[in-house]
Design a protein around this ligand. Structure first.
Ligand code: NOJ
Length: 510
C-alpha cells in the first residue's frame, strides 16, 4: 500500500513537473485567423456593391496580376460565409479578423448613399460568428479603395481623411454594438508603396508612379484619416459600446548584416523607412515623422535637385490629432531581413522607398523560404520585433493581426513547412509572454486560400485549401489546420502531435 502511494506520488510529481515546464498560452489569449474582403468575398458586382480599384484595375488591365486572375469570385465567401464560420468552429477560434469592403456598403465611397444589402451581409456574418462566441475584429480598409474616390485622387485628395471619417461613422453606427475591436487601416506602408493600386509602386503598371512624393503624401493623409476615425470612436461610440480602435502596421524584423557602424546606421534608417513613419506619429511620445528619416530625406532630395523633402510635415495640431490614437497595436509580422550599407548580390528588388536612401536588404541563406519571394522563416523574429517596439513605444498592447506562410498553388494538404512556421511563431510569442510583453492575441493568415493580390492564386496562405476550379469553392483543411486547432485547444505546442486522419469535426462547446 505504502509503495503504491509512493509510486503515485512519483508519477504525479513527474507529470506535474512536465506540465509545469510546458510553456502555455493563457486562457484569455485570443487565437484567431484573418482574411480580407477583396481576397475572399467575390460577388464583386452583386446586390448593389460599387466598383473598387481592384475590380477596375483587374478588369481593365488584367496582366497586372501574374496569372491574370481577379477577385470577382475568389473564395466566394459572400455566398459561403456560413461555411466560413463553420471552419472557425472546427478550429475552435476565439476571434476572426475580416475586412469590410468600403464600396459594398457605400457604393460610391461617399456616406450619403448606404447599400442596405451590403450592411446586411456583414450583419449576417457577425451574427453568425457571435452565435458561437467568435469575436469579430473588423478592418475598415484593406487596400480596396472605392473607384469613385480614386477618380478624385483617392488617398492623395486632401479631403480623404474626411471621407474616411464619414465611412467610419457608418461602420461604427451599424456594427459597433457587436464589434468590440476595429482596425482602421491594414498595412499602410504596403498600400502607400507596394500595392499596384497604392500610389508608389513601379512593379507593374501603376495608377501613379511616384515613389517618393506620392508615398509620403499617402502616409500623411492615411494617418489623418486613421486619427479622425479613432477620435470619432472615442467621442461618440466608446462610452456606449465600450470597444476599442487600433491600426495594423506591418513590422518585419530588420537586423544589421554586420556590426559595422555603417550597417548599424543602415538598419536604423531602414526600420524607420519601413514602419517608423507610421508607428512614430501614433505611438511615440514625440509624435510626427521620425527625425532621422526626415533629415535623411531632406539631404537626399537636395542631391536630387528637389527643392524640398518629399516628406510633408505635420502641423503641431495634426501631430496632436494623430499621437496616441490606438487602443492596441496590430502587428502584421511575417518575415525578417538583414540590412547592409553595401550592396549584396541577393538583394531584394521590391519597390521600396528606402532604395532612395541607399541601403540594401536580403535574407539569410539559412532561413527556410516560402513561395513568396519576400517570405522566410527567420529565428525568433516576432519576439525581436515586439521587444524593440515595446522599448520604443512604452509597452503598448499588441495583437499579431497577421502571420502566415505561403506555398505554391496545387494540392498541398500535408503542408509541413507551414506547420513548422506556425510552431516557430508560437515559440516566439511564448518568448514575448515570458518577457512580459503585452501580447494579447494572434490571427493566422489565412483562414483559407485566397487572391494574393498581384500573385493571384499562385501563392496560397490558407489553413484551408480552396478549390478554385470548383464552382462551390469547396474548402478542405490542411494539416496546419489540425495542428493550429490542437494548439488552440491545449494552449501549448505539442511537437509530437500528428492528426490521426484528416477529418475535421467541431468540438463540443464550439
Ligand atoms: C499582408 C496583407 O495584409 C494581406 O492582404 C496579404 O495577403 C498577406 N500579407 C500575404 O502577403
Amino acid at each position: 500500500m505504502k509503495q503504491a502511494v509512493v509510486l503515485i506520488l512519483m508519477v504525479a510529481t513527474c507529470f506535474g513537473s512536465t506540465v509545469k515546464h510546458q510553456r502555455r498560452f493563457p486562457d484569455d489569449f485570443v487565437f484567431g485567423a484573418a482574411t480580407a474582403a477583396y481576397q475572399i468575398e467575390g460577388a464583386w458586382n452583386e446586390d448593389g456593391k460599387g466598383e473598387n480599384i481592384w475590380d477596375h484595375e483587374t478588369h481593365t488591365n488584367p496582366t497586372v496580376v501574374i496569372d491574370e486572375s481577379n477577385g470577382d469570385v475568389a473564395a466566394d465567401s459572400y455566398h459561403n460565409y456560413k461555411r466560413d464560420v463553420e471552419m472557425m468552429r472546427e478550429l475552435g477560434l476565439d476571434a476572426y479578423r475580416f475586412s469590410i469592403s468600403w464600396s459594398r456598403i457605400l457604393p460610391t465611397g461617399f456616406a450619403n448613399e448606404v447599400n442596405p444589402a451590403g450592411i446586411a451581409y456583414y450583419n449576417n456574418l457577425i451574427d453568425e460568428m457571435l452565435k458561437y462566441n467568435i469575436a469579430p475584429l473588423v478592418t475598415m480598409f484593406h487596400f480596396d479603395m472605392p473607384k469613385k474616390l480614386q477618380d478624385l485622387g483617392g488617398i492623395l485628395n486632401p479631403q480623404f481623411s474626411d471621407w474616411f471619417e464619414d465611412y467610419a461613422r457608418v461602420v461604427f453606427e451599424n456594427f459597433g454594438d457587436r464589434v468590440m475591436k476595429f482596425i482602421t487601416f491594414n498595412e499602410p506602408k504596403e498600400y502607400c508603396i507596394l500595392t499596384l493600386v497604392g500610389v508608389g509602386s513601379d512593379v507593374k503598371d501603376p495608377i501613379l508612379n511616384s515613389m517618393d512624393v506620392a508615398t509620403y503624401l499617402c502616409a500623411k493623409n492615411l494617418l489623418l484619416g486613421h486619427a479622425k476615425a479613432y477620435r470619432l470612436y472615442d467621442k461618440e461610440f466608446r462610452e456606449k459600446y465600450g470597444g476599442q480602435c487600433g491600426i495594423t502596421i506591418s513590422v518585419s524584423w530588420f537586423e544589421a548584416a554586420t556590426e559595422s557602424p555603417e550597417d548599424q546606421e543602415a538598419v536604423e534608417l531602414r526600420r524607420q523607412g519601413e514602419w517608423g513613419f507610421f508607428t512614430h506619429p501614433i505611438f511615440s511620445a514625440e509624435g510626427g515623422f521620425p527625425k532621422e528619416l526626415k533629415e535623411a530625406l531632406t539631404e537626399k532630395s537636395a542631391q536630387e535637385n528637389y527643392s524640398c523633402s518629399p516628406l510633408p510635415d505635420f502641423t503641431e495640431e495634426e501631430k496632436d490629432l494623430i499621437r496616441g490614437t490606438a487602443d492596441f497595436f496590430g502587428v502584421n509580422h511575417y518575415t525578417a531581413f538583414l540590412v547592409s550599407a553595401i550592396k549584396k548580390e541577393s538583394v531584394l528588388t521590391l519597390p521600396n522607398v528606402m532604395n532612395i536612401l541607399d541601403n540594401f536588404m536580403f535574407a539569410d541563406d539559412e532561413w527556410p523560404k516560402a513561395a513568396s519571394s519576400w517570405l522566410t522563416l527567420a529565428p525568433n523574429s516576432i519576439f525581436k520585433a515586439l521587444s524593440l517596439l515595446r522599448t520604443l513605444y512604452g509597452d503598448p498592447i499588441f495583437y499579431i493581426t497577421e502571420n502566415g506562410w505561403s506555398t505554391y498553388e496545387g494540392r498541398d494538404l500535408f503542408d509541413d513547412d507551414r506547420v513548422q512556421y506556425y510552431r516557430a511563431s508560437m515559440e516566439s510569442m511564448l518568448n514575448c509572454l515570458d518577457a512580459g510583453i503585452k501580447l494579447k492575441g494572434y490571427m493566422a493568415w489565412s483562414l483559407m486560400d485566397n487572391f494574393e493580390w498581384m500573385q493571384g492564386y499562385t501563392e496560397r496562405f490558407g489553413l484551408y485549401e480552396v478549390d478554385f476550379s470548383d464552382p462551390a469553392r469547396t474548402r478542405t483543411p490542411k494539416k496546419s489546420a489540425f495542428v493550429y486547432k490542437h494548439i488552440i485547444k491545449n494552449r501549448y505546442v505539442d511537437y509530437e502531435y500528428e492528426p490521426e486522419n484528416m477529418t475535421m469535426t467541431i468540438d463540443e462547446g464550439h
